[in-house]
Design a protein around this ligand. Structure first.
Ligand code: TYM
Length: 339
């Protein structure tokens, strides 16, 4: 079991990142350990330069993201935690894979369409080729399991297509260079939605901070954001069928269920019939209770920049060593002479 996943260090990590991905990073540390496997989690700083960014902010938020992941329970003694920029093999393998990835495949990526918007001609080349770097990120380590939210599923399918075509085109049948990775997507929290619009996912790039709960929000802010979250005037139903067509209500119930470790049906059997005037404070309090320890650890860890840098340096050394044989095999398979 080789678990690999990444998160962009731009902006503040939010509840969608936590429930969709980071919580699974933490859980999978135990699963990997139990099976003699290995987890690698990285900050996708090379991905972050595909959009306009402020260099000073990127380095600050890279360190803050390390502190956040550790605060959430990623353990740098058990998992390899690093940033892409310190492991050149990611960029090297990306170039090798751009020979295999097809224009038509990348043209179908919905994230490029969303992020480039109406300005396709003005989008960076990096934004277009981004999914090839993402494929390199996981293929470099022979990843078997990739914990992600639903929005990354298409990128993972592309990684599988690239791996398959490379193996077919350049490797003997009994000695493929790449392993086909499986996305691990949580069934109930694959897509946490915006607090202001139940049809849009919760996202760092939404201009309104009220649309998301940041993992570093203080208690007052959390309570206020939940109080102001968009809902409808109906009380909560007692059964799941009653949430149909009520995206905002369904989102709040699924957040509650995920944090309480309960099913949607259990939450509705307990809170069915309540209006949002009653349910929202209960949800706010649960959020505060669950996020407070993360917040406290984050505030402690972020003070020690040297310790955060040491985590990244050590992680990068281990990741480089793990990725080296696959990178070498890919060069060789392509007939590139390495001396
Ligand atoms: P990023 O930084 O946008 O998000 C990090 C993780 O959080 C998940 N996520 C969500 N899950 C549920 N609901 C939401 N509203 C929500 N918003 C975000 C994402 O699915 C992701 O798992 N391209 C990736 C980073 C990346 C990567 C990789 C991931 C680079 N290379 C290789 C896996 C493997 C990204 O931008 O994620």
């Amino acid at each position: 079991m080789r678990v690999v996943s990444g998160i962009q260090p731009t902006g503040k990590p939010h509840l969608g990142n936590y429930l969709g991905a980071i919580r699974n990073y933490v859980r999978m540390q135990d699963d990997a350990e139990a099976t003699g496997g290995q987890c690698l989690y990285f900050l996708a700083d090379l991905h972050a330069i595909s959009m306009p960014h402020d260099p000073a902010e990127l380095s600050a938020s890279t360190r803050e993201m390390v502190a956040t992941l550790v605060a959430c329970g990623v353990d740098p003694d058990r998992a390899i935690l690093f940033n892409q920029a310190q492991v050149p093999a990611h960029a090297q393998l990306q170039w090798l894979l751009t020979g295999t990835a097809r224009m038509g495949w990348l043209n179908r990526m919905t994230q490029f369409k969303d992020k480039s918007g109406k300005n396709r001609e003005g989008a960076s080349i990096a934004l277009f080729t981004y999914p090839v770097l993402q494929a390199a990120d996981v293929l470099l380590y022979q990843a078997t399991h990739v914990p992600v939210g639903d929005d990354q599923k298409q990128h993972l399918e592309l990684a599988r297509d690239i791996a398959q075509k490379f193996n077919n085109d350049f490797c003997p049948e009994d000695a493929p260079v790449f392993t086909l990775p499986d996305p691990i997507i949580p069934p109930d929290t694959a897509r946490i939605m915006s607090l202001r619009d139940g049809s849009a996912k919760m996202s760092k790039s939404n201009p309104s901070d009220m649309s998301r709960i940041n993992l570093t929000d203080e208690a007052d802010t959390i309570m206020q954001k939940i109080r102001k979250a968009r809902t409808d005037p109906e009380p909560l139903p007692s059964e799941e069928a009653g949430l149909e067509g009520r995206a905002e209500a369904a989102n709040l119930v699924s957040i509650y269920a995920a944090l309480a470790g309960a099913s949607t049906a259990q939450v509705l059997s307990e809170h069915g019939g309540e209006g949002f005037g009653k349910f929202k404070p209960a949800l706010g309090e649960l959020l505060v209770e669950k996020l407070a320890p993360i917040n406290d650890r984050f505030n402690e860890l972020r003070k020690d920049r040297a310790a955060l840098d040491a985590i990244l340096r050590q992680g990068a050394e281990k990741a480089s060593a793990l990725g080296a044989p696959t990178l070498e095999a890919a060069y060789n398979a392509l007939g590139l002479v390495r001396g």
